[in-house]
Design a protein around this ligand. Sequence first.
Ligand SMILES: Cc1cc2nc3c(=O)[nH]c(=O)nc-3n(C[C@H](O)[C@H](O)[C@H](O)COP(=O)(O)OP(=O)(O)OC[C@H]3O[C@@H](n4cnc5c(N)ncnc54)[C@H](O)[C@@H]3O)c2cc1C
Length: 383
Amino acid sequence: MNSIDKRAIVIGGSLAGLFSGTLLRSIGWQVDVYERSARELDSRGGGVVLQADVVVAFKRAGIATDKLGVEATERYYLQKDGGIEKMSMRQTLTSWNILYRSMRRHFPDEHYHQGKVFARVQPEGDKVTAIFADGSRETGDLLIGADGPTSTVRQQLLPTYAPQYAGYVAYRGLVDEADLEPEAAKIFTERFVFYDFPNSHILEYVIPGENESLVPGKRRFNWVWYVNYDEETELPHILTDKNGKRRDYSIPPSKMAPTVEQEMRGYADRELVAPFKTLVAATKEPFVQSILDLSVPQMAFDRIALVGDAAFVPRPHTAASTAKAAANAISLAEALVDRRHSVPEALQEWEADQLSLGMHLWKRGRSLGDSSQFSYGKGRTEG
Ligand SMILES: Cc1cc2nc3c(=O)[nH]c(=O)nc-3n(C[C@H](O)[C@H](O)[C@H](O)COP(=O)(O)OP(=O)(O)OC[C@H]3O[C@@H](n4cnc5c(N)ncnc54)[C@H](O)[C@@H]3O)c2cc1C
């Protein structure tokens, strides 16, 4: 059978789903992506450190890579006494939005289906069928579970594996360049800036702004602040939104409860050094995500593959989750393009390296996070 006759059903239309979808299309597969959310996934995330695998995936899919991010040339480690430790280091910083939109524009609308909630998978001989909550069914040669940390695909295949709370959350925020007072802006522009203090650390970098703008003055400061909370006694309060709804893992922008937001702002005033205090104070809609750990022993199940956060959730200190999703997809397309192998054989071949990559990042993230200087602990972010 020619690969043009092959069809992949991708569950989840975020970054892992789009990396897989665009790369399988580039080798001639027909691909349909099914995303639970009925609305555009835009404006969900903040900054992403641009890693090589993302650029490789874009190039192979035929997506332009020349305007993906903002260059930082050095790192600043701010000290409590006002001093600054400086380190030369070049990195490109991008945003979740720019990656999502670049791939979404490239992926045909008629094959990207929103408001489709995957319910279960059913193998059928040399095919596989996805059954959705609305009762509809879609059959293909391969099903890709790209449905994130709470993956329904994974729940069916590996029911005892679920993400675990790592002991701390990330408060996050975005501030338009124009909205930050010049003295603080001068410190944060074109740099990766950190401030470490007991049991916590906060970091900042500049990312593209509204409408993917890379123009100085129209970009955004992106910050991430790791704070420890006890799972039983404190976390439920942090993850209860302004309408009193207890959320599983995160509170999006504009939904944080006023008491939680005030406590966070008060903590910032007490503990942070002046530039970060100013940055947090200038943030209109902070949001919060709990830090999770997830690893799995298997990613290939005959004609079903788990990719991205559905398989491994490394802690964000690795700055590698998005790149891992890209690497999963690059290697999947490489395995499937070889027509000598059946789909299950190609998945077997694909799985070994991707399991070691996921395991390596998962362990690396835990070790950076649990480094001894902190109580549950957060080490320094690598990327
Ligand atoms: C809200 C949010 C913000 C993020 N911000 C950043 C960031 O700023 N920087 C960064 O590096 N990473 C960020 N991430 C993580 C980053 O997006 C992931 O590491 C990367 O996209 C790979 O994740 P993923 O696509 O595997 O999973 P996710 O991004 O979690 O996507 C999974 C997708 O599957 C869909 N889905 C879930 N269940 C079903 C179902 N039953 N049927 C159909 N669809 C389903 C979800 O709606 C979601 O769109 C963010 C993730 C989320 C969810």
